[in-house]
Design a protein around this ligand. Sequence first.
Ligand code: MIC
Ligand code: SF4
Length: 755
Amino acid sequence: MAFDIEMIKKVYANFPSRVEAARKLLNRPLTLTEKILYAHLHQSQGLEEFQRGKSYVDFAPDRVAMQDATAQMALLQFMQAGRPKVAVPSTVHCDHLITAKDGSKTDLSAAVSGNKEVYDFLASVSNKYGIGFWKPGAGIIHQIVLENYAFPGGMMIGTDSHTVNAGGLGMIAIGVGGADACDVMAGLAWELKMPKLIGVKLTGKLSGWASAKDVILKVAGILTVKGGTGSVVEYFGEGAVAMSCTGKGTICNMGAEIGATTSTFGYDESMSRYLVATGRADVAAAADAVKEHLTGDAEVYAQPEKYFDEVIEINLNELEPHINGPFTPDLATPVSKMKEVAAANGWPTEVKVGLIGSCTNSSYEDISRAVSLAKQVAEKDLKAKAEFSITPGSEQIRYTIERDGFIETFNKIGAEVYANACGPCIGMWARAGADKKEKNTIVHSFNRNFAARQDGNPNTFAFVASPELTTALAIAGSLTFNPLTDTLVNEKGETVKLDPPTGDELPTKGFAVEDAGYIAPAEDGSNVQVVVNPSSDRLQLLEPFKAWEGSDLTGLKLLIKAKGKCTTDHISMAGPWLKYRGHLDNISNNLLIGAINFFNEKPNSVKNQLTGEYAEVPKVQRAYKAAGIGSIVVGDENYGEGSSREHAAMEPRFLGVRAVLVKSFARIHETNLKKQGMLGLTFVNKEDYNKIQENDEVAILGLTAFAPGKNLTVQLKHQDGTTESFEVAHTYNAQQIDWFKAGAALNIIRASVGK
Ligand code: MIC
Ligand code: SF4
């Protein structure tokens, strides 16, 4: 039986009437996205026609998921909300804190002892507040959610940007910061700007080397890392229906890389097969009973241009495998062009390591297709040239692929099987020699490839490809190998060609697992004690942020003017820093250390305006804080791209940065800034970015009349005594302005508990 089946049945019981009401109001056919959104309005939110890209709407998500690296902060906040139990089904997943080094068993036990304090904290908070707990080794949050919790037509939020993975099972699943999760767990509404809609019509059918991953690699190339911002991407068409449910999951997962709010697919037989195979025939039956509501209306898919803001069409019959990268997931190169493109750019072409798995590509289908290539190594007397590793997405997947002999085959090509966890995907990879910072190439089937993300080496050129192509490139040891046309020379000196990958969508013998790794919470957790040691360097209880002083912000120092890409990995690096995710003071020592200073083109070197000397960003900011001086961060386009980690907003807030002024924001980061009481502003005129000088003193004017839709003014006082001013925009609504005034959204919840 599925978890929380009663909740799911309740959603389905109300679904048809809610969809009907929305259809009547809008007086037109509906997309799937609209159906799910309108069926999940919060009880305090009246039904009206919401303006896409404009109206803020209050929603009531069905569930919340949190992973360990973000759950610590989410739950530290929840503990202050003063509620006895979570208001909606919620889960915690221990997956981000396991370093991949010597193989799964050793690595897992090292993590269990090394992170004991954090795991104990998460387990006891979960137990106390009624949250399901998935222990270390159980698997990666998004795979566990897909296998156990996702359901067609549902709506969930999760403290991880790849929560969107659950769109593969027809959900609207959205990545958020911990403060948002805290609100929903406290029973409050969850606010989102009504998204715009991008329709992707998939015609034809995948075959041969092309996989679901290539669909999203191509879409990323079309839309770029910011093209999906503020939009939900809805996939449909014969190609969508013909694809496996887990393939759909991969596509939705990487929708995070185009900045999309989320992505989704209509309910179809692939989803029902997956539900049944993962022990949820009850959910499949319940979904079948309302299935016409769990997909877009036929008129919409027949004339998509009429109903979506943008439509993209991809013919899967012609889709070529792609390789995206380096350093950004949207630089898409079809496999047949890689020779030219790599040569033109001078990319190192020898593949040193191929890595498969992660939350993006860990399905049975993925692994079975990759193994069909690994098998050919022995059959064709080849030798895999590159190192190879697998991080299975869940214990259920790992157990099943071991039973079916896949791990043995991978071992034969020298593969390392790491723990069921994020591992190398998030820099938890003790890669031998990475500290030498040598230029080298790796290929992986994960989703992000920002500089230094996987192994901490900024000179590692990381490329993203499907698991099957990753395997082929690792066998060939070359980035420019095109398995569709090229041959390899085997150990006997013969010329051989790899056969296209084949695999099974689902295990013919069914999934199996001995201990899936789930721990249910206590029925009544009121007596459970949550202990945080005051001298811990891993966990720290939160102190409320100070309320706004009621006047304009003046005398701010420029902390950094960041140049170019500034993702959440640049603002609050992961890898070794993950261990401080529950300790705001300690993790603040990584503030913006990856961002490039516009004025000297260096990372982690900014001018301390009090001394005139250059020093590390966190050090300079701590000096301003000690002197009681506020500061401002200036950034480029799509600032805060990537992760949902609210540390990227809490650290500057904690250290006394007052505002972040950029050309444009990534959605989750902008909301995180607002939630933490920070000012997130954008240049009205993007060229004004050029006016900011290194020694500027900055004032933000107009705050006493801070109102929705009304621009503020930034005044620069340059070192030579001249001043200049320009307008800056913001997207704060009335409630968000209250968060700013109160010092943080949480201060408002806290105050309401006291009443
Ligand atoms: C990621 O893929 O970058 C992460 C690590 O999963 C993050 C969450 C985090 O920073 O803890 C994400 O995608 O939100
Ligand atoms: Fe973990 Fe990587 Fe997935 Fe993020 S993208 S949840 S780090 S596996």
